[in-house]
Design a protein around this ligand. Structure first.
Ligand code: HEC
Length: 163
């Protein structure tokens, strides 16, 4: 074998080893991507039941829509009080300019619901409250999809204040 050939076959061997080392990695990545995509599709296609639905509602309420920021009273050091989770309290956000009719209370929304489950879903999907109007700022005008709104309501109902 000439020196050129020896070198060429060494390069080829290295290339083959590198490729064969990469193939399983590529396969693993691909399988993971598929199962994540399938999981997302499954979660959006089927209404989740029981604990799974409550867990999804907890995630939306506590991590995305941030309802506790307003609807949970604070302790004396300004932190959200875990013992009074979503039990309502004085409005924490005040406007910087005088604004007529600014609410003073953020009502209790956890445990016993302030309205029927269906009325709560209507509020969360259309922003319309039981009196046919939108609630006042700073309450956000949510337009969730029905599955998310139902998960939120399931979680709110599941809360037992630790008082
Ligand atoms: C930025 C503050 C803020 C956030 C975040 C917030 N709210 Fe509110 N919410 C309010 C205020 C203020 C009111 C009172 C509005 C009024 O009196 O018109 C209110 C009122 C309500 C009411 C009416 C209750 C009653 O008895 O009149 C419900 C139900 C409600 N919020 C649910 C929620 C849910 C569920 C979330 C999260 C998905 C949420 N809110 C997030 C501030 C907030």
């Amino acid at each position: 074998m000439s020196r050129f050939n020896r070198n060429a076959s060494r390069i080829l061997r290295v290339a083959l080893i590198t490729i064969s080392a990469c193939v399983p990695t590529l396969l693993i990545v691909d399988v993971t991507t598929i199962s994540v995509a399938q999981e997302a599709k499954r979660a959006s296609a089927q209404p989740a039941a029981g604990g799974e639905m409550i867990a999804r509602g907890a995630y939306i309420v506590n991590n995305v829509a941030m309802c506790p920021t307003c609807h949970t009273p604070r302790t004396s050091d300004g932190k959200l009080d875990p013992k009074r989770w979503l039990q309502g309290g004085p409005v924490v956000y005040q406007p910087s300019e005088p604004t007529a009719n600014w609410p003073q209370i953020e009502p209790r929304i956890g445990g016993t619901l302030p309205a029927s489950p269906e009325q709560m879903v209507t509020l969360l999907t259309t922003a319309v409250w039981i009196d046919g109007n939108e609630l006042r700022d700073p309450m956000p005008k949510f337009h969730m999809n029905r599955a998310d709104a139902e998960a939120v309501v399931a979680y709110l109902r599941s809360i037992t204040p630790r008082q």
